[in-house]
Design a protein around this ligand. Structure first.
Ligand code: RIB
Ligand code: CA
Length: 313
């Protein structure tokens, strides 16, 4: 089977970084057409810098990295330095990028790429707030028919929220954008907190990254060492949840994951529940199914795949 052509839309972020590394380490399954950056974990100037740092860490300065939207559609930007550190990539000491940003806006790259490829051949992989994707859909509604699918990290239902009691960060930052995406008609696979909170970087798993003895393995171990302190303190969990790499791993081996095809809608009115992904898990409404909502994974299989692929870089 030929590799899946994807665009990674991202707000690096340590877990975004690991997702990008996993994609770049898997050329049999994934061809990264480009990386589009969005404001999220940290402001756009840092997410677009961090994405290039990660590409160079992977030995891929050829990857086109575009800067995109620097604020949500209709709300002030909320960032997450408290989780990711001031740089957004705290933990390892990595050099500033030498590769330049690609010319042009990320939204235009998304539109032009989808229009240039046969319908159903390009998958969008958002790992941050959905501002770029929604803006592209607003600017060029025709692309909704062109995208193969969207595989995104965002939302939560039984797990509640991680930035408010009801909302997960990516959706909370730009709920209007999420509403546009979930109503676009594009097939969507959602990796919510319900599954990512089961992908925990326990000490043995982090030791396995470090034991690779490579610059990538050491950097990933240092990233998760930094990133996990928030989750351990908040949830008492056994390690950092690796949210975004669930998206990449799904593309490589979807059998690792399970969930339900259900209706998911976004709260965009109430400030109390703003950004909540209202998942009709028990199908108690007649709202049509619009997303495959993943709630479980083979965690050992996930980490074995991730570690094996990181060893290639
Ligand atoms: O809630 C987790 C998500 O928010 C992840 O994508 C993380 O990188 C942050 O963007
Ligand atoms: Ca992210």
């Amino acid at each position: 089977m030929s590799p899946q052509k994807i665009i990674i839309d991202t707000d690096p972020g340590q877990d975004d970084a690991v997702a990008i590394l996993l994609a770049l380490a898997s050329p049999e399954e994934i061809e990264v057409l480009g990386i589009t950056c969005v404001a999220g974990n940290v402001p756009l100037d840092l997410t677009s810098k961090n994405a290039r740092i990660v590409c160079e860490l992977a030995g891929r300065p050829d990857i086109k990295v575009f800067a995109g939207c620097d604020r949500p559609l209709g709300r002030d930007l909320v960032t997450a330095e408290h989780v990711h550190g001031k740089s957004g990539l705290d933990g390892p000491d990595l050099p500033d990028p030498t590769m330049p940003l690609a010319e042009g806006h990320a939204v235009d790259f998304i539109i032009e790429t989808l229009r240039a490829h046969p319908a159903g051949t390009v998958t969008l992989c958002p790992l941050g707030p959905l501002t770029n994707i929604a803006t592209a859909l607003q600017k060029a509604p025709d692309i909704a028919e062109k995208a193969a699918k969207i595989v995104l990290m965002g939302g939560g239902y039984f797990e509640g929220g991680n930035i408010t009691s009801t909302a997960e960060f990516n959706i909370y930052v730009d709920p209007q954008a999420a509403d546009i995406v979930f109503k676009s008609g594009i097939p969507i696979v959602v990796m919510p907190l319900d599954v990512t909170h089961k992908a925990l970087v326990t000490k043995p798993r982090n030791d396995a990254f470090r034991a690779l003895g490579t610059q990538v393995g050491t950097a990933v171990a240092q990233m998760t060492d930094f990133f996990e302190r928030f989750d351990i303190e908040k949830y008492g969990s056994a390690g950092a949840p690796l949210h975004d790499p669930c998206v990449t791993a799904f593309l490589i081996n979807p059998e690792l994951f399970s969930g339900r095809h259900i209706n998911v809608e976004i709260e965009t009115q109430s400030e109390l529940t703003m950004g909540m992904t209202v998942a009709d898990w028990w199908r108690v409404t007649d709202r049509p199914a619009n997303a495959t909502f993943i709630n479980d994974l083979d965690a050992d299989g996930f980490f074995t795949l991730l570690t094996e692929r990181l060893a290639r870089l």
